[in-house]
Design a protein around this ligand. Sequence first.
Ligand code: ADP
Length: 409
Amino acid sequence: MTNIQGPVPTADDVYGILRNVIDPELGSDIVDLGMVKGASVGEDGTAKITIALTTMGCPLRAQIKQDAVLRVGELAGINDVKVDWTVLTSEEKANTMAKARQRIAENPSDTAVGMNTRVLLIASGKGGVGKSTVTVNLATALAASGYCVGVLDADIWGFSVPRMLGLEGRLEGEIVDDEAATEAGGEAALGEKKILPLEKSVPPGSLKVVSMGLLVDREETALMWRGLILSRAVRHFLEDVLWGDLDYLLVDMPPGTGDVQMGIAKLLPRAEMIIVTTPSTAAQKVAVRAATMGQKNYLRIVGVVENMTSFTSSDGATHSVFGEGGGEALATEVGVPLLGQIPLDAAVSAASDNGEPLLSGDASDTSDSTAAKAFRLLADKIVTEAAPPMSGCTARLFASDAVPVSVRL
Ligand code: ADP
């Protein structure tokens, strides 16, 4: 440490230099994040700083300390640096998180997803609860209401979206021309090579779909790729796909993983999460973890969807096959609304197996099923309350007399 004769630095100088200390997890400097709770410099050139952490056991403590000591020690006149630790109050913590999220939002990474697109991550704690089913049928219900909806199958090794939507084509690349550049609203430069999503028309809206299943021929091949390319593939899908003007982008998340969530949270800090669970308490407990992971990545949780809620037999009796109350309990625990309850209905699995989602218009015999109605209600709740569209191509579509779902119900 340097000891140059002369006036000792002021507290302001210390605060100033601490602006270069970045909390690696939150991505902003510790002064901006409100984590520096005090700074003083004694006559003898000893600087004392107090730093508040989100938790005392914060694993980044040593790293932050090393960086702070190093930088403050560089100030002329400082002989020693002492760091005291404290913990942010829950109110301060909320402010710090909000600030971090705001900073990330101000400097978003470069993705091909337009700023007017509402990004909804459909997540679950474990597989088999119907996450992909909800993604596909919700996307279709939104499209059937006149919205342009993108579906990104980020469940890279468990992809099932193409099959559920009856899509068999392959993704192709395209050199961006004038028209595509205009449609992408500045998200794609002329002459750039982009991937074109596969389109499925669900009048009056449309679906644009990207999945690993549209790149590889066999599910087993994708399996071999797992881990290795997982995060890179998602990044690629967000950066290099010519999504165009979307109202919603629904992302079918892999079950339970934190890495993909974190990657998406960094690329699309405005993404929000919907958690899918079944009514069983075991599933609900696992789903809490997905919610916690989302919150850790500063993703807003829009709400919970309970799938396979109950089964109605031909005599009209309802049976709670997978227990009761898991969705409501999860919503209460996380402090978010229960957005919808989808019954256990043979029409749902039949629609997925046939590649004709309930509200696609292809499956007229299933579009009046109880599950179809539940998906319509869910889409309506999202559009009108929980996560209304920003302003994508909707205005254009509605101008050409498409009717929003809320009016049709
Ligand atoms: P996940 O994506 O969570 O792994 P899937 O969406 O693949 O789960 O669903 C698992 C299985 O359950 C599929 O065979 C699907 O058709 C079926 N399924 C999902 N939801 C329902 C439902 N509400 N009614 C009937 N079958 C359903």
